[in-house]
Design a protein around this ligand. Structure first.
Ligand code: B12
Length: 316
């Protein structure tokens, strides 16, 4: 019979930095998602509302689901944080997008883990993998599985590794012993709220969950929005030109964050703090080579160039 300890041992063997087990249930924290969408914070990300039912109930993805195996991988590399970038000619691409597209890279690794689990579990084992492929709220289950706590910047923070973590899951019908969540360690700290360049992170309202208004978040503005960026927000596009790391850069739990030497996450040539002028001058062919297998494909070249236009104009 498959045990939680065995699942974790197999996950560690396969290079996952964290692994924990949560119940595949309609977790009470999920209720916040519907509220958050209704408050308009999802902006153009209509796919979140479109898959709301699935997001509120993991049994829709796998009707026999009993457990969610939550894993995390450190993607931080040995590079300075964007908040320390002093050269005004240079811009920041979020570090999650410097290397290979984590959706594909992590999913392949999860499939390897799933094969190993299936071999040990025997007949009747059902499971599916997800790295944001299934409609599942990854942070809620990672927190429930004891991988860390959801911080005021809304990221999952692990007390030993920090928050530069990719999350993934295996949803399964195996009955596994769940882990206990760990306590919130944000305390009275409000550094992320104060440092956010667009005031996207809500000040901690009493009795409310930690939350952000995605429509103000530079990550959303630079990656998710189609067409032109909201004119009111255009002046905020200056240095963070693809995603934004500021709320994690300033987090005290990332002062000594773990670093990965995994080749998959190392910055591709010219992506860690490039010169804005250099990016603006890159040809279609150069971009196409750079974006192959990269998470930056999500926005696509037209949106990237649109953002570079704002950054150049705001520089002047
Ligand atoms: C949509 C999305 C975004 C949006 C919205 C982000 C947000 N904070 O909600 C945008 C485009 C802005 C974004 C940005 C980024 N993202 Co993103 N994103 C997602 C995605 C696809 C869905 C998240 C979502 O539904 N958000 C809406 C909120 C309301 O839901 P939630 O995140 O599940 O949060 C729950 C908890 O907050 C809970 N809650 C917390 N406290 C409390 C308290 C109470 C009382 C209650 C009731 C509930 C509650 O309520 C929510 C309900 O589900 C996930 C993948 C996934 N499928 O989960 C990745 C994911 C969250 N993103 C990720 C990453 C890496 C990023 C960026 C760092 C990328 C970058 N550098 O630009 C930034 C970080 C910005 C930030 N501070 O969040 C990682 C986060 C890893 C981690 N350590 O946390 C994820 C998990 C992808 C992955 N597989 O690794 N992202």
């Amino acid at each position: 019979m498959l045990t939680s300890a065995r699942v974790k041992a197999l996950a560690t063997e396969r290079g996952f930095d964290l692994c924990g087990i949560a119940r595949a249930e309609r977790h009470p924290k999920l209720a916040r998602l519907a509220e958050w969408i209704a408050q308009g914070y999802a902006g153009e990300m209509a796919y979140l509302a479109g898959s709301l039912d699935e997001r509120l109930d993991p049994a829709i993805a796998l009707p026999t689901a009993k457990s969610i195996i939550s894993v995390a991988v450190v993607y931080n590399t040995n590079q300075p944080y964007s908040a320390t970038l002093a050269d005004p000619e240079r811009v920041a691409i979020a570090r999650y997008a410097w290397g290979d597209d984590y959706h594909e890279a992590l999913r392949q690794r999860l499939r390897g883990l799933l094969t190993a689990l299936a071999a040990e579990a025997g007949a009747g084992f059902e499971a599916l993998t997800s790295v944001d492929h299934e409609a599942i709220q990854e942070r809620v289950f990672a927190e429930a599985a004891g991988l860390g706590w959801i911080g005021k910047n809304t990221c999952l923070i692990n007390p030993e590794l920090g928050s530069w973590l990719f999350l993934g899951e295996i949803i399964t019908n195996a009955e596994l012993e769940p882990d206990a969540p760990i306590a919130d360690h944000c305390g009275t700290c409000t550094r992320c709220i104060e440092a956010c360049p667009t005031e996207a992170i809500h000040a901690v309202p009493t009795g409310q969950p930690y939350s952000i208004d995605a429509t103000r978040c530079l990550s959303y503005l630079t990656i998710e929005t189609r067409g032109e960026i909201d004119p009111a927000m255009q002046p905020t596009v200056t240095q963070q030109i693809y995603g934004c790391d500021i709320c994690q850069d300033v987090c005290p739990w990332n002062r000594k964050a773990a670093v990965s030497d995994d080749p998959a996450w190392q910055p591709r040539e010219g992506l860690a703090f490039p010169l804005l002028a250099r990016l603006a001058a890159m040809s279609d062919a150069e971009w196409s080579a750079k974006l192959k297998g990269s998470a930056m494909r999500r926005a696509g070249l037209a949106r990237i160039r649109r953002t570079l236009r704002y950054a150049s104009a705001n520089r002047r």
